[in-house]
Design a protein around this ligand. Sequence first.
Ligand code: ZN
Length: 187
Amino acid sequence: MEKSGKRTGTRPAIFLDRDGVLCREKGYITEKEELDIFPETRDCIELLHQKGFLAICITNQSAVARGILSEQKLQEMNEYLIRETGLDAVYYCPHHPNGIGKYRVSCNCRKPDTGMILCAMKDFEIKKESSYMVGDRASDILCGQKAGVKTVLLESGYGSLCLESPVSPDFVYDNLKTFVESGALFL
Ligand SMILES: [Zn+2]
């Protein structure tokens, strides 16, 4: 987990999936230069901060378990993502049950499991009842629901036409910008 080092308190958070939410969905990427961050992402995160929310990325990175990406490279990518977007932290799951070496684990952090959100809630003393999980896939919505936060499905990545399983998010928006500018966000 990489943190930006900002002071924290008892605040709500917007948990954000990475690909399809903060940057374009491109399949596995292995270099920070390949992170195609949406032009609006930085402003969206600034607006979330102004509204009193932490902005925390929650991302499955099984490319590590598959041997495509080293954990060190992933951490560099996360630090770059924090610098470019103003995120408060990035939590990642490098595991996969069919992965290699120490990453071959049936863990409790890979979405739709809730390990990453629970860990962030503890680290940042997050106010769960006003927090949201935002993603473009069924696993994001299921993860948010299991963790007890509100859920938002975005159409900017896989979206509702490509759901792996039927889910009922609390909100559906075209992209992160329309969500953060909407009236849905209240503390
Ligand atoms: Zn994991």
